[in-house]
Design a protein around this ligand. Structure first.
Ligand code: HEC
Length: 123
């Protein structure tokens, strides 16, 4: 495949993403401790980590090792992987080399809520 085709594919994948519209719930909100740590370790940091042994081409500046990293990239993560009232985004994780199963719809919904909470400074 040519580089131009790869670039075109990459942009078309991005263009189809819509903000999930998820909101931080007023009770039982998912936190980094109750949800984020395990979710990101299971599905994302095998590639998106400063200490990943093989990033599988994940961009060098996109690491999700800490709640600060995640907060910084919360909007991008929502566009790629979270579910809410407006959209269900499933571009990430890349299933295959290291992560063998995609998150459930329920986990994507919790991810959307968690990201909305961290953006409000709650975690
Ligand atoms: C197997 C490796 C791998 C895993 C696991 C993985 N990613 Fe990625 N990620 C990539 C690669 C490669 C790219 C760059 C190419 C692309 O955008 O598709 C990327 C790009 C991204 C981007 C930037 C997208 C853009 O176009 O701006 C975000 C945000 C992202 N990943 C979030 C996640 C989240 C959240 C998870 C876990 C739910 C995850 N990734 C799991 C490999 C991975």
């Amino acid at each position: 495949m040519t580089r131009a085709v790869l670039v075109a594919l990459l942009f078309s994948a991005c263009a189809s993403s819509t903000p999930s519209g998820a909101e931080c719930p007023t009770s039982n909100a998912p936190t980094y401790g109750s949800f984020g740590t395990t979710f990101f370790k299971t599905y994302c940091t095998p590639c998106h980590s400063a200490t990943a042994s093989n990033r599988h081409d994940a961009p060098a500046d996109l690491n999700f090792d800490t709640v600060d990293d995640i907060t910084k990239h919360a909007d991008d993560i929502d566009l790629e992987a979270a579910s809410g009232s407006k959209a269900t985004n499933t571009s990430m994780p890349e299933v295959g080399p290291t992560v063998m199963t995609a998150p459930t719809a329920a986990d994507r919904a919790l991810l959307g809520q968690f990201l909305a909470c961290v953006k409000e400074g709650k975690n």
